[in-house]
Design a protein around this ligand. Sequence first.
Ligand SMILES: Cc1ncc(COP(=O)(O)O)c(C=O)c1O
Length: 416
Amino acid sequence: MTKQITHKNMVIPFLQNQINSVLKQFGSPIYIYDEAGIRSTSKEMKRAFSWTKNYKNFFAVKATPTPAILKILHEEGMGFDCSTRTELLMVEKLGIPGEDIFFTSNNTPKEDFVLAIKLGATVNIDDLSQVPVYIDALNGNSVARLAARYNPGDLKSGNIIIGEPTEAKYGMSLDDLVDAFTTLKAQNISEFGLHTMVASNELDAAYFEDTTRLLVTAVNEVEKKAGIKISFVNLGGGFGVNYRPDQKPFDINEASERIKKVFQESGKDLEICTENGRYVTGPHGYLVTTVRYVMHKYKTYVGVDASMHNLMRPGMYNAYHHITVLGKQNDESMNYDVVGSLCENNDKFAIDRKLPQLETDDILVIHDAGAHGHSMGFNYNGLLRSAEVLMTPDGKTELIRRAETVNDYFAPLIWD
Ligand SMILES: Cc1ncc(COP(=O)(O)O)c(C=O)c1O
């Protein structure tokens, strides 16, 4: 059966030459990122929120922790949201100034607070129990900004990735926020902020209106009960990616208008920031992999040279990632499970997927892998992470991360 070509498959013919030359030069499997796309989405976000005072998206480093990508995002005016010490050290190595770093961690050791404070980052406190540890790390010094993370509790709105807020390990109740700020206001901190993140990969713009309303209500309560002024809010990440070809893309302008409406109604003069990762780089990264075998068992399996350790979202969340077969874009005549070589039966990129008739050496392009893709990779079964390549706006390709080697895998092992 030949079907009308989807918009996702249509992207590929433009990239076909680059994909072939990248595979020839750097091998398969490989990640390819489209710089022009990343820059265009970054500009679009900035434009959508240009009505706010000093809007900044602190890109969630965990989504795509590759220096070449982070440099592009910083050029586009983004800051960085780090969740761990290593991510802090990465942005320090890139020379990112403290005002462009948010530190949203959880279960945080004191030494990580010390590092974040040294870098001048905005620390985002996750729990009341961390307040004395943070104060200890502060050691009487002054800081420009401090935030705390709000968990609204019984919301009945979490989605599969973030879960129900009452079941989430992140953030504090309103009462705990009030206690935290009441203690923290005695420290030498110039500005306070409030953060929340209640949805992940959300395509419905209305969700972010609700999040904003929730945050504005919490700001009013905290200001009144803790006797402080909140000057900035962080709406978290969570702007979604239309992974399925039949899904409409997230409407950032609608989200921005809805958020604006809530702020205007509240009459509050707050700086707004976000920490989106997926929306920024997700659609602009592709995992390219090559067919090894077509196997006829009780079902027909296509074994490719990438595995779940290259992209674990399908295996972990049952997430859909669209697949295009190079040169066979508009055919869906067969039914396949697309699998890797990990000794885990959930090592499947697609189950019962309609694809063209496949054979050894066919090239599969797995879409929307530019965020929480390579970065979620792992080494189980001794499998090695692939290289990453950047396709620049003039069509050139640059290696931005080499593939791991067996020596990388062996390096920490003690052999005698
Ligand atoms: C605290 C926090 N901020 C931001 C993000 C980024 O989310 P996304 O990439 O879906 O926008 C995450 C995702 O894990 C997160 O946990």
